[in-house]
Design a binder for this molecule. Sequence first.
Ligand code: F6R
Length: 259
Amino acid sequence: MEIIIRPDAGAAVELVSRLLAMRIGNKPACVLGLATGRTMEQLYEHLSQQTISWQQCRTFNLDEYIGLTADDPQSYRQYMQQHLFSRTDIDVQNTHVPDGNAADLKQAALDYEQAIQAAGGIDVQLLGIGEAGHIGFNEPLSAIMSRTRDKCLTPTTRRQNAAMFGGDAERVPRRALTMGVGTILDAREILLLATGKAKASIIAQAVEGPITSMVSASALQLHPNCKVIVDEEAASGLQGREYYDFVFHNEPEWAEFRD
Ligand code: F6R
């Protein structure tokens, strides 16, 4: 795992955006795992202004609320359409979001796993992190080997996402269909983006704490190619930052990203 600390949210977003643009430039037919949430809104804004073609990319979103149809304005399918897909030349046929409105959720979950496999697996998985440590909607106690499945959301997550439901946590669906922690760990590269003070404690637990299913993001410590990009505020609980900064200033990979 590598931790990259940027001075502010804008700089963290810019770094992730440039990394993703490079990956797409190097492999135009790449398979991307995508996330939603407030943090990603800034990223997609930046990314959609980059001069890259998404025509050959295939995408798989992490999760979708159960019970919302794909055309529901609060669904993650609509979020993606609004914040990214409609602003790029991506072929919507190549974009996948779990079907949270499927009559048979278990089958929909299996189909999703198979579709990822059929695409050749995920090249780059983008992640945010919830205040309870979730990646996707893998809430505390999600098995580290879990696959795509339906999951009950925590009150913390429903409160965190209330803004998208008129500020009322009770209107946030109670369940979601989400890639599992194991599904996420299968990606060839993982980029986690977190900004703001509210993420400081959970980032410290995920990165420097023990690997525990109580903090799903801590499972990322098992991944051989995972980068965690944070701003100063989200980094403020980290003990080892002197070394993380040293790595950033000395690894050749980061030369073009240093100020
Ligand atoms: C959503 C998702 C979640 C979010 C996380 C952070 O697809 O996967 O794990 O990334 O809840 O959300 P924000 O950015 O709103 O704090």
